[in-house]
Design a protein around this ligand. Structure first.
Ligand SMILES: [Zn+2]
Length: 420
């Protein structure tokens, strides 16, 4: 079976909730990773003979595709003769793993699955509210998808969320106390900024800490009106700015009338026709890159400390060449034939994904991240992104306003929009 196009469980779960599913005769529903994936990302089996729409007792099985593939390969490798003893755990796994992707099966074997906890994570869920909380928060299924397959959102018992001002906060079961504290800390900072500016009333509805697509920190869902925030969130300036931007979207959708939106659209159009633009000051960043470049030379070793699996495997790298346009050509130190060649911008070394041991021993320190705006000249367009379109512009300047960075004309304009 072709399982090569799925890279991780995370990927499977994210896409599983949208794309493809297989219902079995026993009421089980398997959510697949992608249209052609042979292996489901997550399986739901009613334990009480109902359909999953009516069930009050469900088994959920999260399938770790990478671990399953690894185990499969290991069994195949360990048994080069091609035979595996009937009745052995290995045999049982091979059968299970080839069956699971087979559309003709009519039930799933939970007993067999629970013997391989590294591959199948089985959880038993009692009660509609527990089912809802676990599936939408721990398994990150979007609420609309839940409603489609599992039915209405139930009334929630207080044990499933944390009450925070007027909001209900949903946190994954496996979050540790310290990260839970960090999450609440971020919410508290957000609340302070909102309340100080008279927008404390925006703190209501559901806030869910879940993994998001790509590098996003938070999103506001215009349909369900809920706020999603990644669980590993730090109380940094950038995070707070980004999340206040999302609260500005909440304000736009839930509180602004047509007149206020038209005001924003007109102003945005007017500004874009004029010559006001975002102009971030990049001079110190440029100077650091130049400084770094002057200190780099071919033959130097670089360690990759990020999370990209292929890069981790081939680290350390050595600089082969530095191009005129500011790129490094790298080769893996272990790879004498230089099959693996990487081209990276010098600026990549300023991130925490790379380290240059020889420079760091010499006292080189990575600078602070690039300042995003100039306090004076960037009042109308605090970021490049704010020039994209009117609603995003509004969200950016409102975030800027909530952080008390806005003054003069732009601030007056916002007050007009708020109707104050
Ligand atoms: Zn936005």
């Amino acid at each position: 079976m072709d399982i090569s196009n799925l890279s991780s469980t995370r990927q499977v779960l994210r896409e599983a909730s949208y794309k493809f599913l297989l219902p079995l005769n026993d009421g089980t529903k398997m959510f697949y990773g992608r249209k052609k994936a042979a292996i489901p990302g997550v399986i739901f089996k009613p334990a009480d003979g109902n359909t999953i729409r009516d069930s009050n007792h469900i088994f959920s099985v999260v399938v770790n595709n990478a671990a399953g593939t690894k185990l499969w390969n290991k069994i195949v490798q360990d048994n080069q003769s091609g035979t595996v003893n009937q009745g052995s755990p290995e045999h049982e796994f091979l059968q299970l793993w080839s069956n699971i992707g087979n559309a003709r099966q009519d039930s799933v074997d939970l007993r067999a699955m629970s013997q391989f906890p590294g591959v199948f994570k089985v959880a038993e869920l009692y009660g509609r509210d527990r089912i809802f909380k676990y599936i939408t928060t721990d398994l990150r299924m979007p609420q609309q998808v839940f409603v489609k397959h599992f039915g209405e959102v139930p009334d929630m018992g207080e044990e499933h969320f944390v009450k925070f001002h007027d909001a209900r906060v949903f946190i994954p079961d496996n979050a540790r106390a310290a990260s839970k504290k960090a999450m609440m800390n971020v919410l508290e900072t957000l609340f302070q900024h909102l309340r100080a500016n008279g927008f404390g009333f925006l703190f209501h509805g559901d806030i869910r800490f879940i993994q998001l697509v790509g590098n996003r920190i938070g999103t506001y869902n215009v349909i369900t009106k809920e706020m999603n925030i990644v669980p590993k969130v730090k109380n940094s300036k950038e995070v707070i700015y980004t999340l206040l931007h999302e609260f500005a979207h909440k304000y736009w959708f839930e509180y602004m009338d047509q007149e206020a939106r038209v005001k924003v659209r007109q102003k945005f159009g007017e500004l874009m026709r004029g010559d006001t633009r975002h102009k971030a000051d990049t001079s110190s960043h440029d100077a650091t890159i130049a400084d770094l470049r002057a200190n780099l030379e071919p033959g130097m070793q670089l360690d990759y400390t990020g999370r990209k699996r292929d890069f981790k495997r081939y680290s350390p790298f050595v600089i082969k060449d530095i191009t005129k346009d500011g790129f490094l050509r790298l080769a893996s130190v272990a790879d004498e034939m230089e099959f693996v060649r990487v081209k990276a911008p010098i600026a990549a070394l300023l991130t925490n994904r790379w380290s240059v041991p020889s420079l760091e021993e010499g006292g080189f320190e990575k600078p602070e991240p690039l300042t995003k705006y100039d306090m004076e000249s960037d009042q109308w367009f605090p970021t490049k992104y704010s020039m994209v379109e009117d609603e995003e512009w509004f969200a950016e300047i409102m975030a800027f306003f909530l952080l008390d960075h806005l003054h003069g004309e732009p601030e007056e304009f916002l007050h007009e929009v708020f109707g104050v």
